[in-house]
Write a protein that binds this ligand. Structure first.
Ligand code: ATP
Ligand code: MG
Length: 575
């Protein structure tokens, strides 16, 4: 049975029982009251009248006052006839009394009156006895029915008291337990309420939910396993080495390429701390040093050279931190790292080929360009015949182009040195002023052509600087030539040498167009030219300058106010 009708029925039965008990009690108490009230009122009165009539009869009815009492009581008795036969007896008494009044001395009539009175008393006493028996019956009936009804109510209430709370509370308790099991992922949990109450429906719904969750979990697990295998196969078949670490830097996996280049065996690395493996393995050590040095894993961008499989290979390393936001949380959590090595050997080989090609070509071009310049000189000198103005201007422009070609081949040659890491340095203590003056001299004509004045300021005494004079002069020449090239006609380029601490600073400051802030960092990149810059130039000057100065242990910086001018500063060590 369902809970709602069960409760309604239980409470309804109790209600009916209480109603029945109340009605029964009222009925029986009423009956008893009526029975006893009859006894008390009517019969008692008759007995009282009769007693007074007998008294006055015996006291001497002839006397007026006794007769009056008799008549008064007779009158009252006539009004109080209740029993069967009493009416007849009362009429008879009244008639006999009338006869007695005619002759008080008639003893037969006297006795007749006296008997009438006692008869009336007898009838009433019998009535009292009968009514008392009736009241007794009524009360016995009442007790019987009330106890019967009370017992049945008690039994019904007792049965409900024993069963009903358990009937409701037990399934709720069982349900709570099962929900806890589900919450702790025990999806095999089932409820077994077989009755057809609401709890039965609840159990069926709960079991369906548990079954679905179980299916979902198992389905998911299977899917995850397939995905895991797929990803593992994928990683293992990658040509690039991959190493996976957990948050405590234990090795989770190393793909076959990673194992091959490091000469390690899968069994000897899995589950080990990477630092323990690094102790015995140079390659792993060089791979993970960034991981232990800084928190933000800015990996060293220089390619790693590895000798494996009888050849040299180049790899670019990337350390990817794996961060997740766990379910129910808000903060990101690091759960491990993946070390990726990208094999860049083919690109490196191409790069080498390109550099050596450029080096060869630039070198080969230098001789013919120099001989063009020499031939131009001979022509210009007029030793091979006089030349007219038109021819001279043509010769001038040929010379300018030859000069530019020579500069470009020189820069390209320098760049090949930088790229192949073969910068030939000969750094000695030198006079900074000499170096600067050489650079100024080289730019003199260009400055004059644009009406730009080069203003040099130096302190009285200058310490020597450790520098490769030729390369430093090349750098400064380049900076001054940029300043002239990228500033307006008739402006001033200020050149300054200063000393600060253990350093010597060379600065070149122009009042030209300046460099937009977003490009400031890029001007030292190879082949970079600020978009919109006039066509001349290769974009190599500053990048070579940076390499040269850094090779000498110094550095080069730039500050610029867009539209107002630029300052380049070269810092080198004092001798
Ligand atoms: P080259 O190889 O002949 O020197 P380039 O001058 O274009 O060519 P860099 O000297 O490397 O190359 O300079 C790179 C770019 O930086 C230039 O193209 C120019 O846009 C910008 N730049 C350099 N110096 C200045 C300067 N003083 N004022 C404004 N822009 C400059
Ligand atoms: Mg330049």
């Amino acid at each position: 049975m369902k809970i709602k009708p069960k409760l309604t029925l239980g409470i309804g039965v109790m209600f009916l029982m209480i109603l029945l008990l109340t009605v029964l009690s009222v009925i029986y108490i009423n009956r008893l009251r009526r029975d006893t009230a009859n006894i008390l009122v009517d019969n008692y009165k008759t007995l009282d009248y009769s007693r007074q009539m007998l008294q006055s009869l015996n006291a001497g009815i002839r006397q007026h006052q006794h007769a009056a009492i008799f008549e008064k009581n007779l009158y009252l008795q006539e009004k109080n006839v209740t029993e069967e036969g009493e009416h007849y007896l009362t009429i008879k008494l009244a008639a006999d009394y009338e006869r007695l009044k005619l002759n008080f001395a008639d003893s037969t009539v006297f006795e007749s009156v006296s008997r009438d009175i006692t008869d009336i008393m007898l009838v009433n006493m019998q009535a009292i006895a009968r009514k008392s028996t009736l009241a007794d019956h009524t009360s016995k009936d009442g007790i019987l029915w009330l106890s019967l009804c009370g017992t049945v109510s008690f039994l019904a209430a007792f049965v409900m008291l024993v069963n009903l709370p358990g009937n409701i509370a037990d399934p709720i308790r069982e349900l709570t337990e099962s929900i806890k099991q589900i919450a702790s992922q025990n999806y095999a949990e089932r409820l077994h309420f077989n009755n057809r109450s609401e709890f039965g429906e609840l159990a069926a719904a709960f079991n369906t939910m548990a079954k679905k969750l179980q299916e979902y979990k198992e389905g998911n697990l299977e899917k995850i396993m397939i995905e895991k295998t797929r990803i593992e196969t994928l990683i293992n078949n990658m040509n690039d080495p991959v190493i996976g670490l957990d948050e405590s830097k234990k090795i989770l996996f190393m793909n076959s390429t990673a194992l091959k280049i490091s000469g390690l065996d899968a069994a000897e690395v899995s589950g080990k701390y990477i630092q323990d493996v690094a102790v015995h393995n140079d390659l792993i050590r060089s791979l993970v040093q960034d991981l232990f040095q800084t928190d933000n894993y800015i990996a060293n961008k220089n390619p790693i050279k590895i000798y494996a499989d009888n050849k040299e290979s180049y790899f670019e390393k990337e350390i990817i931190p794996i961060k997740i936001i766990p379910t129910g949380e808000t903060e990101e959590k690091l759960i491990g790292n993946v070390i990726l090595l990208q094999n860049i050997t083919p690109y490196k080989e191409l790069d080498f080929a390109k550099t050596s090609f450029i080096a060869t070509v630039s070198h080969e071009l230098k001789t013919p360009i120099s001989s063009i310049k020499m031939s131009l000189h001979l022509l210009e000198n007029g030793e091979l015949g006089t030349i007219n103005d038109g021819q001279r201007s043509l010769l001038d422009s040929i010379e300018e182009d030859a000069e530019r070609l020579l500069k470009i081949t020189g820069e390209l040659l320098n760049m090949t040195q930088v790229e192949s890491g073969t910068i030939q340095l000969s750094a000695f203590p030198s006079d900074p002023l000499d170096i600067f003056k050489y650079a100024i001299q080289a730019n003199k004509t260009a400055a004059e052509q644009k009406g730009i004045s080069l203003e040099l300021s130096t302190p009285q005494e200058l310490p020597m600087v450790v520098a490769d004079s030729e390369k430093t002069a090349w750098v400064l020449t380049n900076l001054i030539s940029n300043a002239i090239r990228y500033s307006y006609e008739n402006s001033v380029v200020r050149l300054q040498i200063s000393s600060s601490g253990e350093k010597i600073l060379f600065s070149v400051k122009d009042t030209g167009q300046g460099i937009p802030p977003e490009y400031l960092k890029k001007v030292f990149d190879r082949y970079f030219r600020v978009p919109g810059t006039k066509k001349e130039g290769t974009g190599l000057g500053l990048s070579i300058s940076k390499e040269f100065i850094e090779a000498e242990g110094g550095n080069i910086t730039v500050t610029s106010e867009y539209g107002a001018g630029t300052t380049f500063t070269v810092t080198l060590n004092k001798a």
